[in-house]
Design a protein around this ligand. Structure first.
Ligand code: ZN
Length: 289
């Protein structure tokens, strides 16, 4: 069932309860974040272990000199930007700077929330319902920090971790809500996380059918791939330069996702490790065209 998500008063209690239980002193958070996602129980094997060093990527990308994307060409102010995000905060990791840029030029933005990300703390005492409340609220906070005073989030409510099995349903939903003049961004279909892959695959199919402009954003690819990796279509990579202001907004928006930046319990580190947080500070966002 489609439902427009609106702030709910009873969310605050769930959020407070959740965050009280998460150890989040700055030192502790940093220590655990350095563990990256080692040992995470909710991610495929490809995404475990140490990420490719962020500095390695930056140096290599500087030499790659991929073509630049022009917002003026790709995303005119009158167009609607639709971001299809498998989990809360994917819209930021994928294109938080692009969202901020579009908002600044007076553009409309719709976030399609494929799941509520309720499975990010499997193996901990946190129940999925509370976590979904927390993450929906974090998403709204993050989007406000990107300049959206009243974020429009269309929640599809698919089960976190099962988007591949629900791909046909996702495609049907996208076919009804996307419009031919939309500019659409989703995660790349070979990103490495099953939900990201399925979201990317179905979004690309819907856009091809409807004629929407489409950009695929790598998110977890930066974790498992290495520079020049044969599995990555580097010739299709484009860079979108961000202003300092847009870059700062993106970082602030990501920081709103506290549940993903704090250790989940004494054994499980943060979902978003230091490498992914550092990449979110890049002054360029990358997309496959
Ligand atoms: Zn995700």
């Amino acid at each position: 069932m489609l439902a427009l998500v609106a702030p709910a008063n009873n969310e605050e209690a769930a959020i407070a309860m959740f965050l009280r239980a998460v150890p989040a002193s700055p030192g502790e958070r940093l220590d655990v974040a350095r563990e990256s996602i080692v040992g995470a129980v909710d991610l495929p094997a490809l995404l475990r272990g140490e990420a490719t060093c962020e500095l390695t990527w930056r140096r290599w990308l500087a030499g790659l000199r991929c073509h630049e994307l022009s917002v003026r060409d790709w995303l005119p102010a009158h167009a609607r930007l639709v971001v299809v995000a498998p989990h809360p905060n994917d819209e930021i990791l994928a294109c938080g700077g692009l969202i901020a840029t579009h908002v600044a030029q007076g553009g409309r933005v719709l976030i399609v929330a494929v799941t509520d990300g309720e499975a990010s703390h499997e193996g901990t005492p946190f129940n999925r319902e509370d976590l979904a409340y927390v993450r929906r609220n974090e998403r709204r906070q993050g989007l406000r920090l990107l300049g959206l005073s009243q974020p429009r989030v269309l929640a599809l409510g698919l089960e976190d971790g099962h988007v591949q099995q629900l791909g046909t349903l996702l495609l049907e939903r996208l076919m009804t809500l996307l419009q031919p003049n939309d500019v659409v961004v989703s995660t790349w279909e070979n990103d490495g996380h099953p939900d990201h892959d399925a979201t990317g695959h179905m979004t690309r199919r819907a856009c091809a059918t409807l004629g929407c402009a489409y950009l695929a954003a790598p998110v977890w690819m930066w974790h498992w791939a290495t520079p020049g990796d044969d599995h990555v279509p580097w010739l299709r990579l484009r860079g979108l330069p961000l202003s300092a202001a847009d870059g700062s907004q993106k970082q602030a928006a990501l920081a709103a996702h506290r549940s993903q930046l704090s250790p989940r319990n004494l054994d499980l580190g943060a979902v978003l490790g230091h490498a992914i947080v550092e990449r979110a500070a890049w002054r360029t966002e990358y997309f496959f065209v």
